[in-house]
Write a protein that binds this ligand. Structure first.
Ligand SMILES: Cc1cc2nc3c(=O)[nH]c(=O)nc-3n(C[C@H](O)[C@H](O)[C@H](O)COP(=O)(O)OP(=O)(O)OC[C@H]3O[C@@H](n4cnc5c(N)ncnc54)[C@H](O)[C@@H]3O)c2cc1C
Length: 534
């Protein structure tokens, strides 16, 4: 039967849209991707953009709080969504996400690593035309100002994101010993971990650090500060987007909750969701785009039954092996991370898929099982970069102020656990031989018997594994034939019009490295696609 009230409401919305469409684009989220897209699109003075951000936007470096500028420490308190995830079933863990313009790029660990050519070959082979390595390399080059290797043909020296590595005279004693131990263990020296060949070996981490190295240059600082005064760019901060407004399957605007709690409808030509891997699928679900069963559970009217929304959550799992240092070795002023090993897990289907970080300082009181009176420790951090495990984001409520349910299911796939066990053994080996052993008073929690006991190490990993905040994949890019795909190769939501998702959530399978630079590359690529008429 025809629902007359619903029809009238839809016609009303359509008329409002026609009368009030003030912007060509509404971008939801001024984060890593959103800030780039807003700045790039408004370089064309004929293009109008409304950029909406739930957190605050700071309009100058002077006005920006210290925690957002300090590249030496992640900021997980003051500008955060304060989400909780289940990393493994039944185990809650805080899950940081930046709630501020710049998003996670404003709070993160500034590690600036590129994905590898084979990552993008796989994206393209899965039907994502235009996302092969040859399409992405120019984006990586465009983004960066690589202070150390900018002259190389595969690097850039005039981008907005400064990247530099720690020099030997800046290494802490732990890092110097880590380098020695790693090379003694057979890892080759890799001066540039962003070389497209993706060499196995140990070397300094390329990091987003400017000036004397202490300044984190977020997407907000790099892109928005320059663009914010353009008359064709409106930034509306401290404003939460609840849902996308539709006429049929055509996105015509968004409903927002302003800082004074008033609710407002804003209309535009196209809506671009850049709210990140947790919130972009949540907004879609609240808008009626997603699995119909989820909609029914929440009493949300289904606009587009898209099974993939919120599924395919992929993250990088971390397991730490920690050691007590000899007196005077670790200092409060040491950097958390300066150096990393990349290697290929034995029997892996992916090359160069694992990392071992040198963890320069760790608080003993925060490491379960360690002697809390020992103060600072050091360690190795093992990360799996191409996991098979998949998690999910679903709604717990249709209220935008309630966090979605996040189920990471880290290491739930046997192959991931196998690689992590091997990685923990490597991390232990590094700490108990050569130069690292010389600066150590022993490993915390583990001993030689335990490390040889596979079941014990599996439990050690399950009990302690954390994510390093690299969630991707919940609005996967892929052809319509892929049941899990949410957007096509132009990042348009399948079966909808005037609606795209552009952030880490579109990454179909994780890259072999940390995701921030790839997120920048995705945003730059989207701008090219729009300029090419897609
Ligand atoms: C603590 C931490 C450390 C990390 N360290 C590193 C690292 O060293 N190297 C690395 O490569 N990666 C790192 N990452 C991951 C990386 O920073 C992110 O993967 C990437 O920046 C995500 O970009 P995005 O554009 O997808 O989302 P975000 O940058 O999170 O942007 C989303 C934006 O949307 C806004 N938003 C969300 N919902 C709404 C809504 N409903 N209404 C309005 N606005 C909304 C958010 O406030 C945010 O500003 C780290 C992440 C964290 C949290």
């Amino acid at each position: 039967m025809l629902d007359v009230t619903a029809c009238l409401a839809s016609v009303q919305l359509k008329i409002l849209h026609l009368l009030m469409s003030a912007f060509d684009y509404i971008i939801v989220g001024a984060g890593t991707a959103g800030a780039v897209i807003a700045a790039r699109l408004t370089e064309d003075t004929n293009t109008t953009v409304l950029l909406i951000e739930a957190g605050p936007h700071f309009a100058s470096i002077e006005d920006t709080p210290r925690d957002l500028l300090d590249s030496r420490a992640v900021s997980v308190e003051n500008h955060d969504w304060h989400y909780i995830t289940q990393v493994t079933p039944g185990r809650d863990f805080p899950y940081a996400r930046g709630k501020v313009s710049g998003g996670c790029s404003a709070v993160n660990g500034v590690i600036s690593l590129r994905g590898l050519p084979q990552d993008f070959r796989a994206w393209a082979a899965a039907g994502n035309i235009g996302w092969d390595w040859e399409d992405i390399l120019p984006m990586y080059k465009r983004i960066e100002n690589d202070i150390d290797f900018g002259y190389a043909s595969y690097h850039g020296s005039s981008g907005k994101i400064p990247i530099q590595r720690f020099r030997p005279d800046q290494y802490s004693p732990v890092v110097t010993a880590f380098k020695e131990s790693a090379m003694a263990d057979g890892y080759a020296w890799v001066p540039d971990h962003n070389h497209p060949n993706g060499y196995d070996g140990v070397g300094p981490i390329p990091m987003n650090r400017a000036g004397d190295g202490s300044l984190r240059v977020s997407s907000s600082i790099a892109y928005l500060l320059e663009a914010q005064s353009r008359p064709n760019l409106t930034i509306k901060d401290r404003t939460m987007v609840n849902k996308v407004l539709f006429s049929g399957k055509d996105a015509i605007g968004v409903e927002v909750v302003n800082s004074d709690n008033s609710v407002e409808s804003l209309f535009g030509g196209e809506v671009i969701l850049s709210a990140g891997t947790i919130n972009s699928p949540s907004i879609l679900l609240r808008s009626g785009v997603g699995p119909i069963d989820d909609m029914d559970r929440m009493n949300i009217k289904c606009v587009n039954n898209l099974q993939g929304v919120g599924s395919n959550l992929i993250d990088h799992s971390l397991a730490v092996v920690a050691a007590y240092p000899k007196a005077g070795i670790v200092n409060e002023t040491d950097d958390d991370v300066q150096m990393v090993i990349h290697y290929t897990a034995p029997g892996s289907a992916h090359i160069n898929d694992m990392q071992i970080y040198c963890l320069g300082k760790l608080g003993a009181e925060r490491f379960p099982g360690a002697d809390p009176t020992r103060g600072l420790m050091f360690g190795t951090g093992i990360v799996i970069n191409r996991p098979e495990s998949r998690g999910r984001v679903t709604l717990q409520s249709s209220d935008p102020n309630q966090q979605p349910r996040i189920d990471h299911r880290l290491n739930s796939h046997a192959e991931d656990m196998r690689k992590m066990v091997d990685g923990v053994r490597r991390g232990y080996e590094l700490l108990t031989t050569g130069a690292l052993k010389d600066i150590s008073e022993g490993v915390a929690v583990l001993n030689d018997d335990m490390i040889n006991d596979t079941k014990f190490i599996e439990q050690y990993i399950t009990d302690r594994s954390a994510t390093i905040w690299h969630a991707v994949g919940t609005c996967k890019m892929g052809p319509a034939s892929d049941n899990h795909a949410v957007v096509d190769q132009y990042l348009k939501v399948h079966e909808c019009t005037s609606l795209r998702v552009v952030d880490c959530s579109i990454i179909p399978d994780h890259v072999s490295r940390n995701p921030m630079l790839t997120c920048y590359a995705i945003a730059e690529r989207l701008v090219d696609l729009i300029r090419d008429g897609h």
